[in-house]
Design a protein around this ligand. Structure first.
Ligand code: UDH
Ligand code: NGS
Length: 351
């Protein structure tokens, strides 16, 4: 029976080999699955609706925020930070933006633990290329502000900006004056920090792609170029409304914005006229990266179309040297510091 014994031992060895191979296969599958499920969770957290996001936030432990004292860290000198790269590495591209689920300020606060009082942030791992003040003209739009903060704070942090958020709230019941509020935002933000760039954003506009960088460029930048309400295209070539950015130098070159556009319309066209009359052009992202959503709403009270707007934009060149940041007057009524923003209530006077 030596043949039978030899056959049996061959069979036994083959079986052992099969078992070892199976075990190896199972271990590789488990390791691969676990690694993938981690990165899937990170992606999903970025894309979830507010409600799901809230549930995930309750479970989330952000290891970036846990700093354990280690004997090696204590003795080593601090590593010198490098300037942040031109292309921030944690951007995710297209984003899901919707306004059906309610968000609360507490939720937004809990999801942005790295913010400093007043809605300030600096990237922890590099030195930001620009110091950017986000200026939001505001009155009675708390619902919209929650969504703005909910969506924008994570985006701006991924963009590695050194930034602060300023909500410039027009007090009283006089006619709304958007451009004057933007001038005030510029002046007030500079009292606080040495900003070199200013992003002016309506409270109801949310970018749908985080590659649309909320920073300044060689030319004044128009950021809200592809809005859902205009069928994701510019309504007209000279359109400069919604969200824009200007460096301090660009802003001063045009004497800031006009102070005398009371009510809806025209002030953004006046700003466009100022830029071109000082030899500047408008820089824009493409219509994919520049996609954004507007939160639908009714026309505001005390912001009816300004009947003087057509006459005013016909004379920008003559008026801009005497009407602007050099003639700005206002009174600060109150300054509130939240974790998510600095709210400055102002008296802008009246028409
Ligand atoms: N804003 C306020 N409160 C107001 C008015 C304006 O916060 O009472 C701010 C806000 O940031 C807004 C921005 O100023 O996004 C521009 O306001 P706007 O009225 O010029 O532009 P918006 O796109 O509305 O908000 C356009 C008219 C909507 C008519 C809708 C009719 N269905
Ligand atoms: C133009 C206005 C702009 C305004 C744009 C879009 O007609 O101020 O429509 O308005 N210019 C004048 O009225 C002179 S929107 O559709 O967003 O309400 O920004």
């Amino acid at each position: 029976m030596p043949d039978a014994a030899a056959n049996f031992s061959l069979l036994q060895r083959t079986c052992s080999l099969v078992v070892v191979l199976c075990l190896l296969h199972i271990s590789v599958t488990i390791v691969y699955y676990m690694r993938n499920s981690d990165s899937r969770q990170a992606f999903v957290q970025n894309q979830q609706s507010p409600q799901i996001h809230r549930k995930l936030a309750e479970q989330k432990v952000n290891t970036d925020d846990i700093k354990l004292p280690s004997p090696t860290n204590a003795t080593k000198p601090e590593k010198k930070l490098e300037t942040c790269p031109d292309n921030p590495p944690r951007l995710v591209g297209p984003l899901r933006v919707e306004f059906s689920d309610p968000v609360t300020l507490d939720l937004v606060r809990s999801e942005n633990p790295a913010l400093q009082p007043g809605g300030h942030f600096k990237p922890p791992d590099c030195i930001a290329q620009q110091k950017v003040a986000m200026i939001i003209p505001f009155r009675n739009r708390d619902e919209h502000l929650k969504y703005w903060l909910y969506y924008l704070h994570p985006i701006l942090q991924r963009q590695q900006l050194d930034y602060g958020v300023y909500v410039i709230n027009q007090g009283g019941k006089e006619t709304f004056n958007r451009a004057k509020l933007l001038n005030i935002g510029y002046a007030e933000a500079l009292k606080e920090y040495d900003y070199d760039c200013f992003v002016f954003s309506d409270v109801d506009l949310i970018p749908m792609d985080d590659r649309n960088l909320y920073k300044c460029y060689n030319q004044p930048r128009h950021l809200s170029v592809s809005m859902d309400k205009f069928g994701f295209r510019l309504p007209y070539t000279q359109y400069f409304g919604g969200v824009s950015s200007l460096s301090k130098e660009q802003f001063l070159k045009i004497n800031g914005f006009p102070n005398n556009y009371w009510g809806w319309g025209g002030e953004d066209d006046d700003i466009y006229n100022r830029l071109t009359s000082r030899g500047m052009t408008v820089s824009r992202p493409d219509s994919i990266i520049g996609r954004c959503r507007m939160i639908r709403h009714e026309r505001d009270k005390q912001n009816d179309p300004n009947p003087q707007r057509f006459d005013r934009i016909a004379h920008t060149r003559e008026t801009m040297t005497r009407d602007g940041i050099n003639s700005l007057t206002y009174t600060v009524v109150q300054i509130e510091k939240d974790q998510l923003f600095t709210k400055i209530t102002v008296d802008v006077g009246k028409q």
